[in-house]
Write a protein that binds this ligand. Sequence first.
Ligand code: TRP
Length: 336
Amino acid sequence: MKNCADLLTGITTTGTPHLGNYVGAIRPAIEASREENKSSYYFLADYHAIIKCQDPEIIRRSVLELAATWLAMGIDTQRSVFYRQTDIPEIPELTWILNCMTAKGLMNRAHAYKATVADNEEHGRKDPDKDVSMGLFSYPVLMAADILMFNAKKVPVGKDQIQHIEMARDIAGRFNHAYGEHFVLPEAIVDEDTAVLAGLDGRKMSKSYNNTIPLFVPEKKLRKLIMKIKTNSLAPEEPKDPETCTLFATYRAFATPAEVKDLAARYREGIGWGTVKQELFEHLNTLLKEPRQRYNELLEAPGDIDIILKKGAERAREHTVPFLENIRKAIGIQRL
Ligand code: TRP
């Protein structure tokens, strides 16, 4: 049993990426993609996306925007393997095999499923499983297949995904017990140091709060959104506390330690919110200008993105095709 991927993570393709996604997930992954001597795998989880979204145009558009975002921000597609889940037919095949190794009781305990049932019960709905598709219910099995397929050792994820990695370990352990050691047990990596950005209203930046700043909005719109970030009502000359300020925290996520120190000093001396907002806008706009340009060019050339993703899938399949062949043999599915 060999390790194939040192690092692997998936990105569900729903919605337009925002500054919070960038700082929390995209930036650290792109940095890791450039590391030498480490094999890293990044993929667009479009089979996961159809669980929650049945609008084909949103699905197509999200895959396009996410791929363009990662490429525009500089993912290293030579050192890392960047692909689309639906380009790897071995993944749904492995999912089925793993389904047969997964206790239903294990899935009953999945947070996403339990939250839907709890919501149905709370609202007094007759069927506790209302709006639960088999896709939602067995979502962790598809995710286990994504991971186990590449014998990924480390899986960087947000806290909400830890349970899914544990389930993947469980499923892998059960398979290994029945058929011999085929799968590496993956480990969740949750980086406590990566910044969690606040949104326009000061709560965590999240699509569900409708408080996001999309990464690649046009310049004018970016300025407008930054001007909307909530502040307190201290007068311009009054000293301010940088540590409790959304504007400052946003600046910190994108600035050097020296720049951060400098702004903190100006907060304590007294600085107007209008000035901070203007400077934050200029700072972000300078950083985003070139990638935004590349992003817009990529959106105009979806065929080029397809080619890049297909190449990534080809490289991934050099591993998945023989690996799955082996798994099939292990379970007794082979030429007679
Ligand atoms: N479920 C993950 C999320 O919503 C995305 C994902 C799908 C994933 N497959 C994965 C993450 C495999 C890590 C590994 O964030």
